[in-house]
Design a protein around this ligand. Structure first.
Ligand code: NAD
Length: 473
């Protein structure tokens, strides 16, 4: 009896302590959080707010340690985490899920935060890159943990903390990743709740994050609906939106390199990447040669009838007078062999991508299919290819690719498309530093214009002017 009373008293004292302290325990950790995983947006934002205050007291060298922790964790645990992500989401390929975590080490950190200085007759002025505070972020199902890890590096390197609303179909791996990241950061620095996440995310929790007073900035990575919702919110938004990257191949191109590149980019993680090659416009004179080069690199050509069958399975016809086909999400991210089997075709082992000739009215051309079938459309010449590429990129201004040795065609396409990434003579992934120059991020801010996000994207410029002193010349 006495023991029961004592236990009840202890529970009551704990509840009262929490109520009087914003739900926090005496050492500042949130009792209802589990290494950064929270049930409510209020709790997650409060914890990330405390995390931000604590991080702000620390030297920048601690941010360097934190970035290192996240990179090491992603490299060392890539196989296990990649497998968990594939098991949960059921889309993509295990080898590429693992690679997407291994390449997190290419995401830039604190070294990007350079200070700018001006010195002159009136003294010295310094511009520093300061954090925003708590950043609200949304992740896609196509790369749940890689996006969280990449954003965490960029945002924390910039001095911020974050609250994540993951895609519901990739929430378990995102939460597990957040737990591991927070634990590793705590062990290295004693800091807590730099990466917080909602365990059961919904559109409502996303909207709560968008509207929360404790959130200073939002960053969303996803398709058209979330991009529109973020741009309509009252907060400043960094929007990494959808793409439908076209490829133009002209008569001067290195055809074998074009075929290899289309397969490298278009087959990566079964064409889930927003930058991945989604449709090809090739000029008449090299069209057949390009089609015959594809099998040398892991392509398998479907005939017209097989393409019709796959199209019927992959898309529902337009409804209510619209011309928009609805994508069948059950086929998204499936292996090429699985798509082929659905239409009664056995493909050789090692087939990475299905492809074939269509006309521009086939829904695989205008829609972002996110599966390993790429349509090839014949065009009269390079200018015609560029016109079609512009039409079917839909002005997302995301990614476009050309294979050519003609610099005028490169220039014309670059200017016409006006895309955030424009790759010449390589796979789309070259635009993210994978085989091309540059750094990596899993959030490419397209409609809002920040481009391939980096720690600088998540900072505010602050100017500090000292009048008439500290000049040494
Ligand atoms: P999705 O749009 O279905 O979901 C993305 C996220 O937004 C999810 O967390 C989802 O729960 C949330 N969401 C959806 N509608 C919302 C709304 N109205 N309000 C608030 N939240 C909402 O996309 P997906 O299938 O997870 O990912 C694929 C899409 O993301 C593709 O269109 C791809 O091009 C794009 N993408 C873009 C980038 C980039 O860097 N630009 C990177 C990866 C993916």
């Amino acid at each position: 009896m006495q023991a029961t009373e004592q236990a009840i008293r202890q529970v009551v004292q704990e509840v009262l302590a929490q109520l009087g302290n914003g739900g926090r325990t005496t050492n500042g950790t949130h009792r209802n959080g589990d290494w950064g995983v929270f049930q409510t947006v209020d709790d997650a934002v409060a914890a990330a707010g405390d995390g931000f205050k604590a991080l702000s007291q620390r030297p920048v060298s601690d941010r360097v340690k934190i970035v290192q922790c996240i990179k090491q964790l992603c490299t060392a645990q890539a196989e296990e985490l990649g497998r968990l992500e594939l098991e949960e989401t059921g889309i993509g390929r295990l080898d590429h899920k693992i690679q997407k975590l291994q390449i997190i080490e290419l995401v830039p950190g604190v070294e990007f935060l350079k200070c700018d200085a001006l010195s002159g007759d009136h003294g010295l002025t310094v511009t520093e890159y300061a954090p925003f505070g708590v950043i609200g972020k949304i992740t896609p199902v196509t790369h749940s943990l890689p996006t969280l890890a990449s954003n965490a590096i960029s945002m924390i390197a910039g001095g911020n903390t974050l609250v994540c609303n993951p895609h519901p179909a990739g929430r378990l791996i995102a939460c597990e990743g957040a737990r591991r990241i927070n634990r590793a950061i705590y062990e290295a620095t004693g800091l807590e709740n730099l990466v917080t996440i909602i365990e059961n995310p919904t559109i409502e929790t996303a909207n709560e994050i968008f509207a929360h007073r404790g959130v200073r900035l939002i960053c969303v990575t996803g398709g058209p609906f979330v991009a529109r919702a973020a741009m309509a919110s009252s907060k400043r938004a960094i929007v990494a939106g959808p793409g439908n990257p076209p490829v133009v191949v002209d008569e001067t191109a290195d055809i074998d390199n074009a075929a290899r590149s289309i397969i490298t980019g278009g087959a990566f993680d079964n064409n889930l990447l927003c930058i991945g090659e989604k449709e090809v416009f090739a000029v008449e004179s090299i069209f057949d040669e390009l089609l015959s080069a594809m099998p040398r690199h892991g392509g398998y050509q479907l005939n017209c009838q097989q393409i019709d069958q796959l199209t019927k399975l992959a898309f529902d016809p337009p409804k209510d007078g619209s011309d928009h086909h609805t994508l069948n999400r059950d086929l998204v991210g499936k292996d090429a062999s699985v798509l082929a089997e659905l239409i009664g075709v056995q493909v050789p082992a090692g087939t990475d991508l299905l492809y074939g000739e269509t006309d521009e009215s086939n829904p695989f051309v205008p829609e972002e299919q996110m599966m390993p079938f790429v349509p090839f459309v014949r065009c009269r010449n390079a200018m015609h290819g560029i016109e079609l590429a512009k039409e079917y990129e839909h002005n997302f201004r995301h990614t476009s690719i050309i294979h050519t040795r003609d610099v005028r065609n490169m220039t014309t396409m670059g200017r016409e498309m006006d895309t955030t990434l424009f790759v010449k003579n390589g796979p789309s992934s070259a635009g993210l530093g994978l085989g091309g120059e540059g750094y990596l991020s899993f959030s490419i801010a397209t409609p809002t214009g920040e481009g391939v996000t980096s720690p600088l994207t998540f900072t505010r410029q602050r100017r500090c002017a000292l009048v008439d002193d500290l000049r040494i010349i």
